[in-house]
Design a protein around this ligand. Structure first.
Ligand SMILES: NC(=O)c1ccc[n+]([C@@H]2O[C@H](COP(=O)([O-])OP(=O)(O)OC[C@H]3O[C@@H](n4cnc5c(N)ncnc54)[C@H](OP(=O)(O)O)[C@@H]3O)[C@@H](O)[C@H]2O)c1
Length: 303
């Protein structure tokens, strides 16, 4: 008998990770992607803090899975607006749990390495969170609510996201590329921040695999290999053969404290321990992913 194609509702899908989820999941599922701003023709409008509309929209679509993907992701905005942050990043997740329980479907939630305090060098799923910022706290509280109240959940913690390209990437790689495009011959890069990059496409494929295999629980999902902000910057320059032309000045995080005043952990290095333990880790090394990302999204920089 022919297998029925399953349906997935993805809330908050208009950002850098949402882009990869749309591309990966639309190949295997019937999907409905929503966001509060419609930036693509495959998105429809839904602000997930409007809880009645959220519930109704998901119920009308009647999905087999609910992916609650979006969040307020700018750490400084979160520090300035804690109430709006908890509404977007915690309260909305509580509603998503209730909706998924009512429909008796799994909820998939995207969390972050930013729930840890960074006092250790690396973190596994068994380590205790101790978030330093409102962003980190709001995501941790959402995780806790899910674990305490959901009947059927998958929590996926990502690291430093790479993806989305010029239009959607709000993070480190795009910031470095913009400085290169602007003709900067010196880059100030922090040498006191460690982490694990996470390519949006690898992450989406990994989540897809866990869904396919009916796996539930809490997972670290990051690219293989530990690194630092400064090493990522060197790797970008190396890719464009700009190591001789552009100088990297090592600075510590205090250098940027005016612009980036939210507290960030010294280390956000995650280990995919649980993926390894069930032999389902398909995450590639971050250097391979970075090259793929740059060649796909920023090839115009290759002269
Ligand atoms: N970026 C990272 O390094 C990182 C690392 C670990 C985990 N994560 C998690 O990964 C997930 C995806 O983040 P991302 O990196 O793709 O961030 P992103 O590019 O900022 O995308 C998030 C999307 O959610 C939307 N959104 C926010 N509030 C919403 C609301 N009330 N209703 C509907 N949509 C809303 C945002 O719209 P606006 O842009 O208009 O606000 C944006 O389109 C988030 O849960 C984030 O916490 C991100």
């Amino acid at each position: 008998m022919k297998k029925k194609i399953k349906k997935i509702y993805i809330a908050g899908c208009g950002g850098m990770l949402g882009d990869a989820f749309y591309n990966v999941f639309s190949k295997k599922f019937i999907i409905k992607c929503t966001d509060k701003i419609i930036s693509e023709n495959w998105l429809s409008k839904l602000d997930f803090t409007e809880f009645d509309k959220y519930r109704q929209d998901v119920k009308d679509f009647s999905p087999d899975y609910l992916i609650h993907l979006g969040a307020m992701t700018n750490l400084e905005e979160c520090e300035i607006n804690p109430e709006i942050t908890y509404l977007n990043n915690t309260r909305s997740v509580e509603e998503a749990v209730k909706i998924s329980n009512e429909l008796d479907i799994p909820i998939i939630f995207i969390s972050t390495a930013g729930i840890f305090d960074g006092n250790k060098d690396t973190y596994e799923e068994v380590d205790n969170p101790n978030p330093l910022s409102h962003y980190g706290k709001s995501k941790f509280l959402a995780e806790k609510y899910i674990e305490d109240n959901s009947k059927n959940y998958l929590i996926c913690r990502a690291g430093w996201m790479m993806g989305g390209g010029k239009k959607k990437d709000k993070k480190f790689v795009n910031k470095i590329i913009n400085q290169i495009i602007d003709g900067n011959l010196e880059l100030n890069i922090v040498d006191d921040k460690n982490g694990t990059p996470t390519y949006t496409y690898d992450f989406a494929n990994q989540v897809l695999l866990l869904i396919d295999k009916n796996i539930r629980g809490k997972f670290h999902i990051v690219c293989e290999g530990f690194t630092s902000r400064i090493e990522v910057a060197y790797e970008i320059l190396k890719y464009y053969k700009l190591e001789e032309k552009i100088i990297i000045n090592k600075v510590n995080s205090n250098f940027f404290e005016k612009d980036y005043f939210a507290k960030r952990p010294m280390s956000e290095r995650l280990i995919n321990s649980k993926l390894n333990s069930i032999s389902l880790n398909i995450m590639r090394n971050w250097k391979i992913c970075l090259k793929e990302y740059l060649s796909k999204e920023y090839k115009y920089l290759n002269k």
